[in-house]
Design a protein around this ligand. Structure first.
Ligand code: TYD
Ligand code: MG
Length: 494
């Protein structure tokens, strides 16, 4: 390790922790490329968590940092190693009752987590990262939430490093009267932001930083948005959140590849990572958590971007079921997103290919999963697509990750390949799309999936009387083979 002298910043390898005074493209320690990130002053080895202020006996204060100047890293480690911590028995730790701050947006609160007496919503003093592609609606979402909180009498602050108050006003005018009462600060210097928050006559309980990539610390040489800057800014805000019990929402832009320096490097630091996704030219937007220290990561929030901001879509099933095309290649999948059942339409197109390597395009599902399903279809169910282009789309920009979607995808492909619609006639005489769920195994078997009853009930609720279901684990009811499922589906369609 290079010795750290009194330089104002150092470069630390994110892979092996090597500390360098100068930036290198390749880490001299481990040989990894592009892993060196700029950090302020103190080397990272001055105690895990201390910088974050969680559980650490004393968070690193500027005084502590400067006292570490001029010493080397190992001396600092020894100083920390000398402190004795008393272990505690978990059953003797007083359980904390979390009182959550309700944002007034049901779909947002559910993803943030919590139920019952404490309600759902944001946890005081927590750090939330809201990531998403530019233009997806992050500022609109947080703007609406802050408007609701202001109307409910919760002190808030909106810090924007991207837009001027005039620009923010234009957006908030569309979000309603409450959104216009949100106090706004346009600032990009992290010192000024922290000083501003601390100087508020009434301390905000919720503070939004839009976006974390626009803030910078003058102690670091890197440009705003660089890995080092984003980390430093987030670490400073984390300390503020914990010491003053202010819930802070960091808005962060991610490109489709998730590559832009920023949100990715913060995931380990924050309490909750939310992704706001969807296709820009489609109106539906999905909010998911990929990490949540205070709740489940399975919940899904559905929104639709309209003229007056984001509307919550609490009846997603009704929307998707009613809009299903009932054409060849269309099947409804009964999904369970967290605690919520949801019907979504899966569409397939199978067309003769002119390419040597036929195309496989998957929108909303994993491409490898599609390859597996096509292989099983060909090998065990007589549906061959080797010389055909196959396109799959989950309508509305929804992304499905459950293996339970396998059967719906397979049936959509079989229907598209045969050019026959998989529709059924309901008791009232209307034509309805077929619904299905079930995991497909490599030997062509259908496997039972969780919450089968709830999926069937959801389909029934929206008038889908016919659902192809897999056998349960005990081998009861349902269908056990993919081949049989396809035959039954075509028989039902008549
Ligand atoms: P925005 O919240 O600014 O996105 P982000 O902060 O994620 O970059 O809004 C994105 C888009 O949404 C923008 O192109 C305009 C559109 N929009 C509406 O269609 N209706 C509205 O009411 C608002 C506020 C925005
Ligand atoms: Mg924005």
């Amino acid at each position: 390790m290079a010795s750290v002298k009194t330089a104002s910043s150092v470069f630390v390898c994110e892979s092996c922790g090597t500390v360098e005074r100068k930036w290198h493209g390749q880490c001299p320690g481990c040989g990894e490329w592009n892993t060196l990130a700029e950090r302020a002053e103190a080397p990272p080895s001055t105690g895990k968590g201390a910088r974050r202020g969680i559980g650490g006996p004393s968070p690193v204060s500027p005084a502590n940092v400067s006292s570490a100047q001029g010493t080397n890293a190992s001396a600092a480690v020894q100083a920390v190693a000398g402190r004795v911590s008393e272990p505690v028995i978990l059953s003797e730790v007083r359980a904390q009752r979390i009182r959550r701050i309700n944002t007034g947006i049901v779909e947002f609160d559910r993803v943030l987590g919590g139920t019952g007496a404490s309600g759902s919503g944001i946890v005081p003093g927590s750090l939330v990262l809201l990531g998403g592609a530019p233009g997806i609606g992050k500022s609109t979402l947080v703007g609406t939430a802050l408007g609701n909180l202001t109307a409910a009498g919760v002190p808030v602050l909106y810090v924007s490093g991207e837009e001027s108050p005039e620009q923010i006003r234009v957006r908030h005018e569309r979000l309603g009267a409450a959104a216009l009462n949100v106090p706004v600060v346009a600032e990009t210097d992290i010192d000024a932001v922290i000083a501003t928050i601390e100087a508020q006559a009434v301390q905000p309980q919720v503070c939004v930083i839009d976006s974390v990539q626009t803030l910078y610390s003058s102690e670091l040489a890197g440009a705003p948005g660089s890995v080092g800057q984003v980390r430093e800014v987030a670490a400073r805000l984390m300390q503020l959140a914990k010491t003053r019990e202010i819930a802070i929402v960091l808005v962060g832009h991610v490109t489709k590849e998730g590559s832009l320096a920023g949100p990715r490097v913060l995931e380990h630091l924050v309490d909750c990572v939310l992704h706001f996704e969807g296709e820009r030219d489609r109106t539906f937007r999905m909010l998911r958590a990929s990490k949540n220290r205070f709740g489940s990561v399975d919940e899904l929030g559905v929104f639709e971007m309209g003229e007056q901001g984001l509307e919550e879509v609490q009846d997603a099933s009704a929307r998707f079921a009613a809009e299903a095309t009932c054409n060849p290649g269309s099947v409804i999948f009964c999904a369970i997103e967290g605690t919520r059942p949801m019907l979504v339409e899966v569409q397939a197109l199978v067309a003769p290919s002119e390419l040597e390597q036929p195309r496989r395009l998957a929108n909303g599902i994993d491409r490898n999963r599609l390859s597996m399903i096509l292989a099983v279809l060909g090998r065990h169910a007589g549906v061959t697509t080797g010389d055909k282009d196959v396109f799959i789309n989950v309508v509305g920009g929804v992304r499905i990750e459950e293996p339970a979607a396998d059967l719906a995808i397979a049936l959509a492909v079989a229907s598209a390949a045969a050019g026959k619609p998989l529709t059924t006639r309901a008791q009232d005489g209307s034509v309805k799309p077929l619904s299905a769920f079930g995991e497909i195994g490599l030997t062509g078997e259908l496997r039972g999936v969780g919450q089968a009853d709830r999926r069937v009930v959801e389909a029934l609720k929206f008038g889908l009387e016919q659902t192809i279901v897999p056998q349960t684990k005990g081998g009861e009811g349902g269908i056990g083979e993919l081949r049989t499922a396809i035959t039954s589906a075509f028989k039902l369609a008549g």
